[in-house]
Design a protein around this ligand. Structure first.
Ligand SMILES: [Zn+2]
Length: 137
């Protein structure tokens, strides 16, 4: 069977671009047919099923293997919490400028700068980005 087959589906345009670029770097002609329409109308992203990455059908298995390997490597290298092993973090915002603005002029400033620390979404423990990488589970 010839033609194009869906190798992956992403809801982020950047993630789809990276995946297609990775496949192209490994000699697979990856296409993003929904890129232009969904970039112009991102609110249709969920209705249309996201960004499809299409590859020639004879390269489908190789594309699946490459994407699975890349995802596995990314998970191994991703920072993880040394307390609970969680892999989801939220950036910790600095509160000082927002508190001063609130006290002085009553303005709530929600665009506070991120600190170099991360907060685990699972257990709430805070750690620096370096600590998250240093303590593998
Ligand atoms: Zn944790």
């Amino acid at each position: 069977m010839t033609g194009l087959r869906q190798a992956a589906l992403f809801f982020d345009a950047e993630e789809a671009q990276v995946a297609a670029g990775y496949l192209r770097a490994n000699d697979i002609d990856a296409l993003l047919p929904d890129h232009n329409s969904l970039t112009a109308m991102p609110h249709y992203r969920v209705a249309l099923g996201g960004y499809r990455v299409l590859v020639p059908s004879f390269d489908l298995e190789k594309a699946h293997d490459l994407l699975a390997k890349a995802e596995e490597t990314a998970e191994e290298e991703a920072p993880h919490c040394w307390m609970c092993g969680g892999r989801k973090f939220a950036p910790v915002k600095t509160w000082f400028p927002s508190a001063i603005l609130l006290l002085l002029i009553g303005l709530i400033f929600p665009f506070a700068k991120n600190t170099p620390n991360l907060q685990c979404v699972n257990c709430g423990s805070r750690l620096s980005r370096e600590e998250a990488v240093k303590h593998p589970t």
